[in-house]
Write a protein that binds this ligand. Structure first.
Ligand code: MG
Length: 469
């Protein structure tokens, strides 16, 4: 690293005897900006002509843009479980709620198992200060909040911003600080602004040691809100307003890093938890499908990484990478040990640094939706499995769509996944069937338990998160 080299050089040139010390590399600060339901085609640097995102576009110009970066799931909770643990959601038991609902609902008794090592805990082991500012969605009970999973600071909403169903008995949407509700219902129009302020003050307070900021934005998940500075200002309705406020927020955080002279030693990542729902102004272009589906548009997301001097400006990576790679990669950069349990992600620092011999290490990417394995990617081939109606609560609408019939496509020339080329490629089909067997045996499928699955934690009882008087 530059700083290390400089220190070594100064020591070598010093007229004084060189002290016998080992100069440790300075681990980078890490800022991980994580949108909710932002689609592949929603940023200017990914082709949007509707949303103005100059700060995020500049981030891409100054860093690396990934074309084939994936969530591990097309919905919020499982995707975040992967981000935190480096594992497929089924491996850590977070692929659905214990009720069968496909994300955790308010008062869920389920949460991330404390035996899992989160990315925040791994970084804390190397002296990082850690903050989670935004939507958590990995359990709203006191035992399951971010403060129990390696985050020193937490400020945000514990689950999705549409989860206020009086019929279901949901409490008013809580805004939580550490473990307590400080506002209910949360004033959603000012959330992005307040998150930004929280992040900036955390960085200011922790600039002297390495820090990890995880900023899981509330938007552009529905219902859409923006502050008065942004409401009605975009050319793309409320969706564009909320995206443009996130762009502003990103600019504020980058300016803070500049002001504190932290830019050179800070890795900034910008990505999304899953694809856009494809309505209300969101776009997954040029991909097919949307949030909730295992078509590319449901799970392939924007991903930008900037670290001046380490990641080449204006670079592009088309290797397959996923949010399961975040934990192993951050561990590698921070010099932290990897958790001892089995992980599914890989260290992609070689890809980030443009090492010529670095390649994606994925033999296969498994697309799970709820409890079902629905597709497999191997190289540029993607195999949509023939699915069965196996869950009593599923409607036929959930089982329809282009990817539901069992077919083989080649993403290299068929990003829309339209043309079945199975008949012409029996060898690929056979390979896919072998990968399918391996996934089902270890990670499971539907009601089949895999040999390498670990349980989430499910409490005996739960309470709504409400304001304490
Ligand atoms: Mg989401």
């Amino acid at each position: 690293m530059k700083i290390t080299l400089l220190i070594v050089l100064l020591l070598a040139l010093s007229p004084f005897p060189t002290p016998c010390v080992v100069v440790a590399e300075t681990p980078p600060n890490i800022v991980l900006i994580f949108c909710d339901d932002l689609g592949y085609g929603d940023l200017g640097c990914y082709g949007s002509t509707k949303n103005r995102t100059p700060h995020i576009d500049q981030l891409a110009s100054d860093g690396m843009k990934f074309t084939d970066f994936y969530s591990s799931s097309p919905v919020c909770t499982p995707s975040r479980a992967s981000l935190m643990t480096g594992c497929y959601p089924r491996r850590v038991g977070m692929h659905e709620d214990f009720t069968g609902h496909w994300v955790l609902i308010p008062r869920s008794r389920r949460g991330l198992n404390p035996e899992e090592v989160t990315v925040a805990e791994a970084l804390k082991s190397k002296g990082y200060s850690t903050a989670c500012v935004g939507k958590w969605h990995l359990g709203d009970q006191p035992e399951h909040l971010p403060t129990q999973h390696g985050f020193d600071h937490y400020y945000g909403i514990p689950y999705s911003n549409d989860m206020q169903s009086a019929r279901r008995g949901d409490p008013p949407l809580p805004l939580v600080k550490q473990n307590s509700v400080i506002e209910a219902p949360a004033d959603q129009a000012t959330l992005t602004k307040r998150y930004t302020r929280q992040v900036i003050s955390f960085i200011e307070d922790n600039k002297a040691k390495p820090f990890f900021v995880y900023l899981p934005h509330t938007f552009p998940h529905l219902p859409l809100f923006a502050s008065t500075d942004f409401r009605g200002k975009s050319a793309n309705g409320r969706y564009g307003d909320s995206v443009e406020e996130i762009d502003w927020s990103t600019g504020q955080i980058l300016a803070c890093l500049d002001r504190l002279r932290l830019t050179e030693n800070t890795l900034v990542i910008f990505t999304s938890d899953n694809g856009s729902n494809g309505r209300n102004g969101g776009s997954n272009q040029p991909l097919s499908g949307a949030k909730g589906s295992t078509m590319e548009g449901g799970m392939r997301v924007p991903m930008i990484a900037r670290w001046p001097g380490r990641i080449a400006a204006g670079s592009k990576c088309s290797d397959l990478a996923t949010m399961m790679d975040i934990l192993p990669t951050f561990c590698s950069l921070a010099g932290a040990s990897l958790p001892s349990m089995k992980l599914d992600g890989f260290d992609i620092s070689g890809l980030l640094f443009g090492n010529k011999d670095s390649r994606s290490q994925y033999k296969a990417l498994y697309y799970y939706r709820r409890r079902q394995l629905q597709a497999i990617r191997n190289g540029n081939w993607k195999y949509h499995l023939p699915l069965e109606m196996t869950h009593p609560n599923w409607t036929s609408a959930e089982q329809t769509g282009a990817g539901r019939v069992g077919k083989l496509v080649n993403l290299k020339n068929d990003l829309k996944e339209r043309t079945d080329v199975a008949d012409a490629n029996p060898d690929v089909l056979q390979r896919m069937e072998e990968l399918q067997k391996a996934a089902v045996a270890t990670l499971g499928n539907d009601h089949i338990q895999g040999s390498e699955q670990r349980a989430a934690r499910t409490l005996d009882s739960s309470k709504p998160m409400t304001l304490t008087k």
